[in-house]
Design a protein around this ligand. Structure first.
Ligand code: SF4
Length: 339
């Protein structure tokens, strides 16, 4: 008997803000695991095709040499991690990578640069990249650090769909990780991105030594944004030798799955993306993350400077799980990645 493919029409409704006190978010984390998964899967099915996953590809267009001190990041100039600082890539190299990504099924192409904030002359180069990548029919995303007045508007005019700027962690834990910019700097950049009409990609990193309450605090920050981000990367710390967070006790994999589930429940219409740390998770935990509501992954063999599962392994896993990738059509609905 041949089975008919299930067609799914996501309701086209705007993202509306939610009101989640930290205690309520924590209560979700504290649910029995099966109950949490059931709730997350229920919310997921109300908003998305549960068998669909979005593929996004990330290219580092300017690697290393960053003046910031993010404790997890191998691209910070001050840490001896073996990352060699490079200048911004030539346009043609970026376009070649975008063409390859599209050929492999990626629907969104993210360009990441290790800057505190882009200088105007650098921004002009990124604008050109965005224009050309967009013209290929790919959604565009950039992560360039903090944005100053007027810079978000320039990116919007070039055709940028998403800007990634992560909150990283809860405000209470933030100073354990970064000292060269504060939480408010991040909120300000996110406000500029929203103000320019660019969709927001904003998430965080878990496994940096934070408590469950602090993980709940991060999710509460994200889901109480008005509106909450269209795209929410959930990263598991990749421990890189030479960075201050190397040697941190790893998070229990099931706690990571819980974090994904809580993100799904509190931000029902967001793309929840499995980002850094996926290679270390193995197939079973990734599968649980999909059940918990993750529906986007970074695809390819490099995630800025840390490894990502090889493309073939991803295809194998999705096939085993009976999942399919999102069509290449750009849709109005809707990435650890620095910065
Ligand atoms: S995360 Fe971004 S801002 Fe922080 S050190 Fe790395 S590249 Fe720089």
């Amino acid at each position: 008997m041949s089975s008919q493919p299930v067609t799914f029409q996501a309701p086209v409704t705007p993202i509306i803000p939610t009101a989640w006190p930290v205690d309520d978010v924590l209560a979700l984390f504290n649910l029995p695991f099966n109950e949490l998964m059931f709730r997350a899967q229920t919310v997921h099915r109300e908003n998305f095709d549960p068998t669909e996953v979005e593929l996004a590809t990330l290219l580092s267009i300017k690697t290393g040499g960053c003046p910031e001190d993010c404790g997890y990041c191998p691209q910070a100039a001050r840490y001896d991690t073996g990352v060699t600082a490079q200048k911004i890539l030539p346009l043609e190299e970026v376009l070649t990578a975008a063409r390859e990504a599209k050929a492999h099924g990626a629907t969104r192409f993210c360009m990441g640069a290790a800057w505190r904030e882009p200088k105007d002359r650098d921004l002009e180069k990124v604008e050109e990249m965005v224009r050309e990548v967009k013209a290929m029919g790919l959604e565009t995303c950039a992560t360039l650090g903090m944005l100053g007045e007027g810079q978000a508007e320039k990116l919007k005019n070039a055709g940028l769909d998403y800007y990634n700027h992560n909150l990283d962690t809860a405000p209470e834990f933030y100073s354990n990780v970064i000292s060269t910019r504060d939480y408010q700097n991040r909120i300000d950049t996110l406000g500029r991105v929203r103000g320019a009409g660019i969709k927001v990609c904003c998430g965080g990193i878990v496994g940096m030594g934070e408590s469950r309450l602090q993980r709940a605090g991060l999710i509460a920050q994200l889901c109480n944004m008005d509106p909450y981000p269209e795209s929410v990367p959930v990263n598991n710390l990749v421990q890189v030798e030479g960075t201050p967070l190397h040697g941190t006790e790893a998070i229990d994999p099931l706690e990571f799955v819980r974090t994904v589930a809580v993100a799904r429940i509190t931000m029902p219409k967001a793309r929840v993306r499995l980002s850094a740390g996926r290679r270390e998770m193995g197939e079973a935990i990734q599968a649980l993350c999909f059940v918990a509501g993750a529906n986007s992954i970074f695809y390819g063999d490099k995630l800025l400077t840390t490894g990502n599962p090889e493309a073939m392994a991803d295809q194998d896993l999705l096939e085993k799980l009976g999942m399919h990738t999102r069509s290449t059509a750009i849709d109005a609905r809707c990435d650890v990645t620095p910065s």
